[in-house]
Design a protein around this ligand. Structure first.
Ligand code: GLA
Length: 360
């Protein structure tokens, strides 16, 4: 018997370093945070058995949506994510049934902390659990039998095809594979994920909201992605991370700048992993600053509000600060040494568990 109720939580993420490298076959070092999205699902019945519709309620927004399983159809905002996940699960051959969904969360939308990936992943886990016919193959006897890398790919298709944001797999993999006190070294050429202990030992990682909301589909994100694809075509490589420094230096502007950011950012991820392994947080601070400069000057995705927020953290004594996520607004990550108090309007973040099912 498939369960009649399910509940799933999926966290947002902070990317310690490695920005705009995921769709370039490069390296990143994200971690899952405590804040996330919870989806409660319950099967619904009509007169003749299980219903064929999904009713979704976004509790924080006090908004609802209703659509048929057979034809989810396009929509805007949060509804596009729900319809997209249902459609993609169906397309992947997953057994779905009519359900009522209640969505709630505490990741601020458009803040660069991956509220959208958290929503997609929580929806996937809750719906797949509801539709699962048997417990065979489930991890821990509870989890759905979908492979977590496949869930990440399915969610990325939702972003790409239903929401129009040509994002990579960073956010979904971080949400799905996160673990307490752990950052994830992700190699996007192979999708190999290596846990790296993130021992803070009194140091603090904090988030400061730049106050500028962003949506990947409408910001310059897709334009940057196109530029990287053009640079690959000129270099004759499948991903920018395969480009040699010599060949990259010959690219026309602004493609040279974009590609140099990617190569430099991959190098910084390797250095950050080495620094974490020796618990050298001061070096992480230096790398955060260098990453921000590269995102601002080479990838050109900073804004005045982002610069003002970075400056505030540095004035407050941060050992390093940089924008996180897609850019063009969103949040700033700051690292503070044990004896330096972060500004009171920041949110402290630490690595927490990845997406999981909850008791209903
Ligand atoms: C957004 C996207 C990710 C990634 C980052 C930049 O968060 O969703 O796929 O490209 O921007 O590193």
């Amino acid at each position: 018997m498939a369960p009649e109720r399910s509940c799933a939580f999926a966290p947002g993420r902070v990317n310690l370093i490695g920005e705009h490298t995921d769709y370039n076959g490069g390296l990143a070092l994200p971690f899952a945070i405590a804040q996330g999205v919870t989806v409660r699902a319950e099967t619904t019945r009509g007169d003749s058995g299980l219903a064929e519709t999904i009713e979704a309620h976004a509790r924080d927004l006090e908004e609802s949506d209703e659509f048929t399983l057979a034809e989810p159809g396009p929509a805007d905002g949060w509804r596009a994510f729900v319809r997209g996940v249902v459609a993609e699960l169906g397309r992947a051959g997953y057994p779905l049934c009519g359900a009522r969904l209640e969505i709630s969360g505490d990741v601020p939308q458009g803040s660069g902390l991956s509220s959208s990936a958290a929503l997609e992943v929580a929806l996937c886990l809750a719906l797949a659990e509801l539709g699962s016919e048997s417990s065979e193959g489930r991890e821990d006897g509870r989890h759905v039998a979908l492979d977590r890398r496949d869930i990440a790919r399915l969610c990325a298709r939702v972003e790409n095809e239903w929401v129009g944001a040509h994002t990579g797999l960073l956010d979904q993999l971080a949400s799905l594979f996160g673990a307490p006190d752990t950052a994830l070294r992700i190699d996007f050429a192979t999708l190999e994920i290596e846990p790296v202990p993130l021992v803070l030992d009194g140091w603090r990682l904090v988030i400061l909201d730049s106050g500028e909301r962003h949506a990947h589909a409408s910001s310059g994100y897709n334009e940057r992605r196109d530029e990287c694809a053009r640079a690959c075509a000129l270099l004759g490589v499948d991903s920018l991370s395969e480009g040699s420094a010599h060949a990259v230096a010959q690219l026309p502007e602004p493609l040279r700048l974009r590609a140099e950011h990617v190569l430099g950012e991959n190098r910084r991820v390797r250095e950050a992993v080495a620094a974490l392994r020796t618990e050298d947080l001061a070096t992480i601070g230096v790398l955060l600053d260098a990453s921000h400069e590269s995102l601002r000057d080479l990838f050109e995705i900073s804004t005045q509000a982002v610069e003002a927020a970075v400056a505030r953290l540095r004035c407050a004594g941060a050992a390093g600060a940089r924008m996180v996520g897609g850019g063009f607004g969103g949040s700033i990550l700051g690292l503070f040494a044990p004896d330096v108090p972060p500004p009171p309007d920041t949110l402290e973040v630490r690595p927490g568990p990845g997406a999981h099912l909850l008791e209903t």
